[in-house]
Design a binder for this molecule. Structure first.
Ligand code: HAM
Length: 432
C-alpha cells in the first residue's frame, strides 16, 4: 500500500480555526509598528547560502546544523532562510537604502526554516515577525524596540506573562577579550564540561554560557563575566538603554549569560521569555548588530532589531485563554432560496445587501435543497438570522427574516427596506 501523503515533520498546516488568531496577532503588531514609523519590507525566502554562512556565522548551531541547503538546477547553493536579518541587510545594501546614513525602520513577517528537533513551540517551518532599524547608533532606538514589544504585550493582554532579559555583549573587541578569558577558564576545567559544551568550547565558546546542564552551569558560577569586559562606550550605551526602560517603567532582569544564538550581535541583546510554554519559552529575541553591514561589504552602518515567534505567541494566547471570542464569530445571516426564480432574485438581493453593508457576513445557500435541509444548514452555520425567499416572497417582493437564536417571530421585510432593517436589528455583536 502506498504511504499516505503527509506534511514534512515540523512543518505545520495552519487550519481555518487557527488563522483568525494569527491574523489578529499580525494585524495588531502591524498597526503598532506603523504607529512607531516602521515600514514593511518583503524579502525572498531563498537566498544564496553564503549570505547566512557569513552573516549568522560558521560555528553557530543555525549554520552548522540547521539550514535547509541544496543545489539548484544551476548548481548554486541556496538556503531556505533560517531568519530574516541577513536577508534584510542584503536588501539594504543591494538597493543602496542605508547609504549616506539614511535611517531605515523596517519590519517583515513570514516563514523561516531550521532543521531543529520538532517539539511544542519549536518547528522546522516557523513564522517570525521581525523589526530592523539602521543608522541609529544610540541607546534610544534599542529602547524604542523594547518599548514597542512591551506595548504589544499590553495590547494582547500578555504583560504579566512575559519577562525581559537584558544584557550587553560590548564591542567586538571586548567580546573577543572576554571569549579568550572564558576559554582559558573553561579549558582548565574541560573534563568537567558536558559533551556539547566541550564541542562548543572550540566552535563557539560563548554559547557554553547557554548550556542547560546543571554541572556546567555550576562551573560557570565562578567564570569571568561579560560585564567585567565591557568597554566604556558599551557600558554607557547600556546605561542609556536601562535609563530609558526605567523612564517608561519597564522591568528587566540583567542576565549576564544571555549571548543569543547568532554571531552578529554586539552591545545590547534582549529576550522576552515566558514560563507558560515549557522549554521553548523565548517569544522574542534581538539586539544590536553594528558590524553586520561591513561584514557584507558595506560601509559601517549601525543596526538593531528583534524577531518574535508567531507560533509561540499564538500558543501563549491560547494557553492563557486570551484569544478574543469575537475572532471566531459566525455569520450574521444565512440566505435560503427555494426554486430557481427565487435563487436568482436572492443572489441579486445578496449583492445589494453587500453594497449597502460592506462588512456584513452573509452566507448564501448553495446547491438548492428542501426547506428542511436549508434550515438545517442555516442553523449549523451559527448565523443569527435566516433570510427566506420562496415563491410567495418573490411575488410580493419581501423576504422572511427568521431569528435562529431566539424564539422571536419571523417578519416579512420589503426588499427596499431590508438593509436598513438589518442594520438596526443586527447591531452590537454583528460584523456591522
Ligand atoms: P532568534 O532568537 O533566532 O533571532 O529567533 C527569534 C524568535 O523566533 C525566537 O525568540 C522564537 O520565538 C522564534 N523561533 C526561533 N526558532 C524557532 C523554531 N524552531 N520554532 C518556533 N519558533 C522559533 C533571530 O532570528 C534574529 N534574526 C532576531 C533579530 C532581528 N535580531 C536582530 N534583528
Amino acid at each position: 500500500m502506498s504511504k499516505s501523503l503527509q506534511a514534512i515533520r515540523g512543518m505545520n498546516d495552519i487550519l481555518p480555526e487557527q488563522t483568525p488568531v494569527w491574523r489578529y496577532l499580525e494585524n495588531t503588531l502591524a498597526a503598532l509598528l506603523e504607529g512607531y514609523g516602521y515600514r514593511e519590507i518583503r524579502l525572498p525566502i531563498l537566498e544564496f547560502t553564503e549570505l547566512f554562512a557569513r552573516g549568522i556565522g560558521e560555528g553557530t548551531d543555525v549554520v552548522d546544523k540547521e539550514m535547509y541547503t541544496f543545489l539548484d538546477r544551476n548548481e548554486e547553493s541556496l538556503t531556505l532562510r533560517p531568519e530574516g536579518t541577513a536577508g534584510c541587510v542584503r536588501a539594504m545594501l543591494e538597493h543602496g537604502l542605508t547609504g549616506g546614513g539614511q535611517v531605515q525602520k523596517l519590519w517583515y513577517a513570514g516563514p523561516m526554516f531550521r532543521y531543529e528537533k520538532p517539539q511544542k513551540g519549536r518547528y522546522r517551518q516557523f513564522h517570525q515577525i521581525g523589526v530592523e532599524a539602521f543608522n541609529q547608533p544610540g541607546p534610544d532606538i534599542d529602547a524604542e524596540l523594547i518599548v514597542l514589544t512591551w506595548r504589544l504585550w499590553q495590547r494582547l493582554g500578555l504583560a504579566d506573562a512575559v519577562t525581559l532579559q537584558l544584557n550587553s555583549l560590548g564591542s567586538s573587541e571586548a567580546r573577543a577579550a572576554y571569549r579568550d578569558a572564558l576559554v582559558t577558564y573553561l579549558q582548565a576545567r574541560f573534563e568537567q564540561l558536558d559533551e556539547d559544551s566541550q564541542r562548543r568550547l572550540t566552535t563557539n565558546p560563548l554559547r557554553v554560557l547557554d548550556s542547560k546542564v546543571a554541572t556546567t552551569q555550576a562551573l560557570l558560577a565562578d567564570a569571568p563575566t561579560l560585564h567585567d569586559y565591557l568597554d566604556d562606550e558599551s557600558r554607557a550605551h547600556f546605561e542609556g538603554v536601562k535609563a530609558r526602560l526605567d523612564a517608561v517603567g519597564i522591568r528587566y532582569e540583567i542576565n549576564n549569560k544571555l549571548v543569543r544564538g547568532l554571531d552578529y550581535y554586539n552591545r545590547t541583546v534582549f529576550e522576552w521569555v515566558t514560563d507558560k510554554l515549557g522549554s521553548q519559552g523565548t517569544v522574542c529575541g534581538g539586539g544590536r548588530y553594528d558590524g553586520l553591514v561591513t561584514q557584507f561589504g558595506g560601509k559601517p552602518t549601525p543596526g538593531v532589531g528583534f524577531a518574535m515567534g508567531v507560533e509561540r505567541l499564538v500558543l501563549l494566547l491560547e494557553t492563557l485563554d486570551l484569544v478574543p471570542a469575537s475572532l471566531n464569530a459566525p455569520a450574521d445571516l444565512y440566505l435560503c432560496a427555494f426554486g430557481e426564480p427565487a435563487e436568482l432574485a436572492a443572489l441579486a438581493l445578496a449583492e445589494r445587501l453587500r453594497d449597502a453593508l460592506p462588512t456584513l457576513r452573509l452566507l448564501v445557500n448553495a446547491g438548492g435543497g428542501s426547506f428542511k435541509s436549508q434550515f438545517k444548514k442555516a442553523d449549523k452555520s451559527g448565523a443569527r438570522f435566516a433570510l427566506i425567499l420562496g415563491e410567495d416572497e418573490l411575488a410580493s417582493r419581501v423576504v422572511g427574516c427568521k431569528p435562529l437564536r431566539d424564539d422571536s417571530e419571523q417578519q416579512n421585510i420589503a426588499w427596499d427596506a431590508l438593509s436598513e432593517h438589518l442594520a438596526a436589528r443586527l447591531g452590537a455583536g454583528s460584523s456591522l
